[in-house]
Design a protein around this ligand. Structure first.
Ligand code: NDP
Length: 260
């Protein structure tokens, strides 16, 4: 039932006290910004990734795992659930990004992209859902991309993997209707993280332009002509966890300055 009363409309606060949030790729960039904002709202936050040294952040609980490895995902989520309770908020954020035209896309590259971005989201969400059954409130958020909403030139594998993540949450939003669990995707444009730093180098090398020009190609793709900051993406994730957002289900939220 929709919460009524002026405090529900006006409080503007999201209270996640005691809720366990599990965030893949939570040690860096967008995932870390989401982790911090959910922790600030009171959640107990597990951040997962392959490199232990990237998971050392005050107040956040590390889980070393590889999203491409089924046993690793299941083991890390089981351990986190044992320590902090059922996953109430699952953020499938771990990902890799690299533009390669189709003729440069060998099978190994295609599979690596799918294994990380799409299989990784599938395994993370499936294993988290095992602990979410029985909860009457839950949030599943996939960090897709603007490339999940439109074709990204020169990046067919990345584009396909990010489209796939949106298909996954849309299907689950149908399957779990009426349970209190919602499934949505965030679709950022270019965000100031290590991925953009790596892109600058790869555009520089491929297009033969200097790094300033390579960076301009990305900032200009965002319609407001600046990079997006990770906390701007985190704000959308936090909003999806808010008491007023339970009717938002199976949706994509574009955070790109209006690219599409
Ligand atoms: P980062 O490189 O900072 O984050 C990627 C995270 O994913 C890292 O923490 C990395 O940790 C983790 N990761 C990668 N591969 C694996 C793996 N096999 N198993 C477990 N964890 C893994 O970049 P962003 O914060 O930008 O990226 C986060 C998400 O946002 C990605 O899905 C990306 O596609 C998406 N995105 C980013 C945009 C941008 O412009 N920055 C735009 C649109 C979407 P570790 O290496 O330690 O495993």
């Amino acid at each position: 039932m929709y919460p009524t009363g002026p405090c529900c409309i006006l409080d503007g606060m999201t209270d996640l006290t005691g809720k366990h949030a599990f965030i893949t790729g939570g040690g860096t960039g967008i995932g870390l910004a989401i982790a911090r904002s959910l922790a600030d709202a009171g959640a107990r936050v597990t951040i997962a990734g392959r490199r232990p040294e990237a998971l050392d952040h005050d107040g956040l609980h590390p889980a070393v795992m590889d999203v491409t490895d089924e046993d690793s995902v299941a083991g890390a989520i089981d351990a986190a659930v044992a320590a902090r309770g059922p996953v109430a908020i699952c953020v499938a954020n771990a990902g890799i990004a690299e533009g390669r035209s189709l003729h440069r896309t060998d099978t190994a590259f295609w599979r690596r992209m799918m294994a990380t971005n799409l299989d990784g989201a599938f395994l993370t969400i499936r294993e988290s859902l095992r602990s979410m059954h029985g909860l009457d409130w839950g949030r599943v958020i996939a960090v897709s991309s603007i490339a999940g909403l439109r074709g990204l030139k020169g990046a067919p594998a990345y584009t396909a993997s990010k489209h796939g993540m949106i298909g996954l949450v849309r299907a689950l939003s149908e399957d779990y209707i009426g349970t209190g669990l919602t499934f949505n995707a965030l679709c950022p444009g270019y965000v100031r993280t290590a991925i953009v730093d790596r892109n600058v180098v790869s555009i520089r090398d491929r297009a033969g332009v200097d790094e300033d020009a390579a960076m301009r190609l990305m900032t200009d793709a965002n319609r407001h002509r600046r990079l997006i900051e990770p906390p701007e993406v985190a704000a959308a994730a936090l909003w999806l966890c808010g008491s007023q957002s339970g009717s938002i289900n199976g949706q994509t939220i574009e955070i790109s300055g209006g690219q599409t």
